[in-house]
Design a protein around this ligand. Structure first.
Ligand SMILES: Nc1ncnc2c1ncn2[C@@H]1O[C@H](COP(=O)(O)OP(=O)(O)O)[C@@H](O)[C@H]1O
Ligand SMILES: [Mg+2]
Length: 383
């Protein structure tokens, strides 16, 4: 292993399920995952973060404490990777830290990631690159999603394909293929991924998430409730667009269910609710994939277009089979079929963003985010 090309990427998504930490070797022609860990966040910390989705208010004291606590969790994850791989800090080129998003508000525009990078740099002894999203926003962009640029690096082939990240929120990337005259990726958030299903599992089934979609599989989709959920204006908006758990959260869901139950006189069973939410994720993703294909595909291909699924949702077999049913002209597969760990991609992206920032490379995202131009992303903290 050439130690001159090693980077660490740190990420915690909107699910707040843990700190994803990837040790990555980045060479000009190849990006390789060396190791990946995902230590859970302490329950109290996770609880504080998830509570912010429904009630995004904090005192400055609480905000400062949270930013410090998250930074230490991120730093510890990086240090665990070093020990596990018998590496010293000076063998790592840089850390790329996404931080924990606690408020994503493109309308302001502002996207707030916490876990101050100064603490990560100083406690690990490794220069740290962070705060990637605000540069894009300062240029009029959505500041999200960033995944399409990295999906292009990992997944691009001659043929066009899609990559769908199903985290708390879901986002799609369309990669036109390197034989296309304009291979720049496009992509956007489609809406909820696992977030609402996780909420229902935690509230009514005493479990963090619906393992392999077993519960959703046993229920029935309530099509009238589904139609009502689909009236959310976000689904009708044209891209560029991005969203978060400030928009799709338990409060919104409860309001929609109450309205539906009140007007229909029907009480929605909890298992049917899960099936309906699973269907909501599936049909919003499928609709956008078909829309992007119509808008961008140059010619009919005889090959079925690949739809690679990444993020925690890639492990939900039920969801994947529903998506395949809705997309018979496509081949829906977890990225494991391409020997890429679905869980590690976002943390790998952070390592890559750090490497790109230090090399002063612009990231091709303006077609995704709507920014005025592509930019060098992130601030740089020294150890
Ligand atoms: N075996 C599985 N079956 C169903 N869902 C899963 C499984 N493993 C992970 N998930 C889902 O993936 C989520 C975590 O996905 P992740 O990509 O880490 O999201 P985020 O980026 O928002 O943190 C979990 O909360 C859960 O909903
Ligand atoms: Mg996660």
């Amino acid at each position: 292993m050439s130690k001159s090309c090693l980077y660490i990427g740190l990420m915690s998504g909107t699910s707040a399920d843990g700190v994803d930490a990837a040790l990555v070797q980045i060479k000009p022609d190849k990006i390789q995952l060396i190791d990946f860990i995902s230590p859970s966040l302490p329950e109290a910390l996770k609880h504080s973060l998830l509570a912010l989705n429904d009630s995004p208010t904090l005192s400055l004291e609480q905000f400062s404490q949270l930013s410090f606590d998250i930074a230490l969790q991120f730093s510890q994850a990086a240090q665990t990777l070093l020990v596990k791989n018998n590496l010293h800090a000076n063998e790592i080129q840089a850390i790329g830290s996404h931080g924990q998003t606690i408020y994503h508000a493109p309308h302001i525009p502002m996207s707030l990631q916490i876990g101050h990078p100064a603490f990560i740099a100083k406690t690990t002894g490794i220069q740290t690159v962070a705060d990637f999203r605000v540069d894009d926003m300062a240029l009029g962009g959505q500041g999200a999603p960033f995944a399409p640029a990295f999906h292009q690096v990992l997944f691009e082939e001659d043929q066009a394909c899609f990559v769908v990240n199903i985290g708390g929120i879901a986002n799609i990337s369309y990669l036109p293929g390197n034989s296309h005259p304009n291979p720049a990726p496009i992509g956007y958030d489609t809406g909820p991924g696992n977030a609402l299903m996780d909420e229902v599992c935690q509230q009514f089934f005493d479990r963090g998430f619906d393992e392999n979609g077993e519960l959703a599989k046993q229920g029935e989709v309530d099509n009238k409730l589904l139609s009502q959920l689909l009236t959310h204006p976000y689904f009708l908006k044209a891209h560029p667009k991005s969203t978060g758990r400030e928009t799709f959260n338990q409060s919104w869901l409860e309001e929609m269910i109450q309205h539906y139950e009140h007007s229909s006189g029907i009480t929605v069973g909890k298992q049917d609710l899960l099936s309906t939410l699973c269907e909501l994720t599936v049909c919003t993703i499928a609709t956008e994939i078909k829309k992007v294909t119509t808008e961008h595909s140059q010619e009919e291909s005889s090959l079925k277009t690949a739809v690679w699924i990444v993020g925690g949702g890639a492990y939900n077999e039920h969801l994947l089979s529903l998506l395949q049913n809705q997309l018979p002209q496509y081949q829906v597969k977890s990225s494991t079929a391409k020997q890429i760990n679905p869980n590690a991609i976002e943390a790998m992206m952070c390592a890559w963003l750090a490497q790109q920032r230090i090399a002063l490379k612009t990231i091709p995202l303006s077609a995704v985010t709507g920014a005025k131009r592509d930019a060098i992303l992130g601030g740089h903290w020294l150890p």
